[in-house]
Design a protein around this ligand. Sequence first.
Ligand code: ZN
Length: 192
Amino acid sequence: MSKVLDEVLTANQTYAADFGDKGKLPMPPGRRFAILTCMDARLDPAKYAGLAEGDAHVIRNAGGRASDDAIRSLVISYKLLGTREWFVIHHTDCGMETFTDDVMRKLLRGSLKTASVDANGWHDPGGVGSHEGEHISWLTISNLEKSVVEDVERIRRLPLVPGEIPIYGYIYDVRSGRLVEVPEATAAGVAR
Ligand code: ZN
């Protein structure tokens, strides 16, 4: 068994041993909100936003971007499970600021092995690659504030999203743990 697999299963046994009443939680999030945020390992939405099991939906992807699939989840979140407020939370030092679609596509054409990065950018170790990366928009970030504004605006414009849901735009600072508002985003996401 891999070390990680062993660690995860051991941690889960400890967690489940003290599960208590959580088995009785209803499916809809009790505090009726959803967070769209980045998958970055330094971000723990349960901690930075004070969540317990059953409180809120947390939708995560690379960058916390309003991708088609994130939107699918958000629509399900209100339409079937009753959330009433949404947060879009990107963060400082996001990996999505370190490359572009062109760079990612070139790296994948180079090989499928893990790339390395230094002051001169990303480098591929070489090997057998794939052109499939050409068909994916990697939703990279060139300006953090702008990416939050764009994503809030995109969600706000969707015909499937009711106007009464406020969408708040924030940047999580990985150095301090603080959430910093992006006022232009929150203004774009204001409930109508
Ligand atoms: Zn990130």
